[in-house]
Design a protein around this ligand. Structure first.
Ligand code: P6P
Length: 334
């Protein structure tokens, strides 16, 4: 049972025994993400000093080339995962193709693949709005000892063995699941330790927050327009409150704590919406479902979708179970 204020390290060791992880590799994988998140957090928190430290593409006062933060984050997560001999392949929002990791013995014997958005919402950094890292973990489906193939990455979300996000906000939190509920850890930056601050997180079945970019209203399908009007109608516990940060991790994190729905639908401008199935929607769906919420494309469960491309986009309805189901009713009508 998760104990508040337990450190992430203690939690991982305790749950490794409780959840009979095979050889502790998944624990080591989560540990490597924990380390990379601390390094990225330090850099993200300095972003406000860009005028002093130099913007991306320039050299800073130490004469070092300043990298765009999402490139920096991507490199840190790849480096940390590669050095730990745990994964055999990585797919990232920042890389067109997946990366094969053959391991120190060059034997392709590691059994996990990781898909990630290393710094989602990075355009918010310039205006000091919170951003996030999202990751998704699968067991490979091709034989050990052979290089990973695209099939190892194009698995339905229901096959995930772990998923999580780091939100670099007023405090930095790591929230993740290995299929046994959702737990949130807050970083104490002074000592670089994560503490269990949100044990056994539950998504409220109902809520009164709706998160969608209403600037695209004219381009939405009629069902989405009708649902937005439903949210705004003076009736029962409505109108709901509109809250949209423009950072997926932050919007869903807030809604998981307070109750609410996040929608990024298809539109006449983008036929499948904007969000990526493999490293944004599937991991967030795994976490949300594990906390008792729901995630669909407006019609079917996100984690049942069979991926066809690494960077494919899907419409995304995610959050409080009853709110997602109500939105799906409107989508059915039209
Ligand atoms: P829009 C950030 O770019 C992102 O991928 C998500 O984090 C966020 O929810 C969404 O796009 C915002 O998109 O079109 O509303 O600016």
């Amino acid at each position: 049972m998760a104990k508040k204020n337990q450190t992430l390290g203690e939690f991982i060791i305790e749950n490794q025994e409780a959840f009979q992880y095979s050889s502790g590799e998944l624990s080591r994988l989560i540990n490597s993400i924990r380390l990379a998140a601390k390094v990225v957090n330090h850099e993200v928190n300095k972003a406000g000093l860009v005028d002093i430290l130099g913007a991306a593409g320039e050299t800073n006062i130490q004469g070092e080339d300043q990298q765009k933060l999402d490139v920096y984050a991507n490199e840190k997560f790849i480096q940390t995962l590669t050095n730990r001999e745990i994964v055999c392949g990585i797919a990232s929002e920042e890389n067109d193709d997946f990366i094969t990791i053959c391991g120190q013995k060059e034997d392709h014997n590691n059994k996990y693949v990781v898909l990630m958005d290393p710094l989602d919402g990075s355009s918010n950094i310039d205006v000091n709005v919170s951003v996030g890292t999202i990751f998704s973990v699968y067991r490979r489906v091709t034989p050990l000892g052979t290089p990973v193939t695209i099939d190892d990455f194009l698995q339905p979300g229901s096959e995930q063995v772990a998923a999580g996000y780091i939100v670099y906000g007023t405090s930095t939190m790591l929230v993740y699941t290995t299929g046994h509920g959702v737990n949130g850890f807050t970083l104490n930056p002074a000592i670089g330790t994560y503490y269990l601050s949100h044990p056994d997180m539950k998504f409220p079945e109902d809520g009164n927050i709706y998160s969608i970019n209403e600037g695209n209203y004219a381009h939405f399908p009629q069902g989405v327009k009708d649902y937005i009007k439903y949210c705004q109608t003076e009736e029962d516990n409505r109108p709901y409150t509109s809250r949209y940060i423009g950072s997926l991790v932050s919007d869903i994190h807030r809604n998981m704590i307070k109750g609410g729905i996040y929608i990024y639908p298809k539109s006449s401008k983008s036929s499948n919406g904007k969000l990526r199935l493999l490293y944004e929607c599937n991991p967030m769906a795994f976490i949300v479902e594990q906390a008792g919420g729901k995630a669909s494309d407006g019609h079917q469960r996100i984690m049942d979708l069979k991926p066809t491309e690494l960077h494919q986009r899907v419409p995304f309805f995610c959050g409080s179970k009853n709110m997602v189901e109500k939105a799906e009713e409107f989508m059915k009508k039209k």
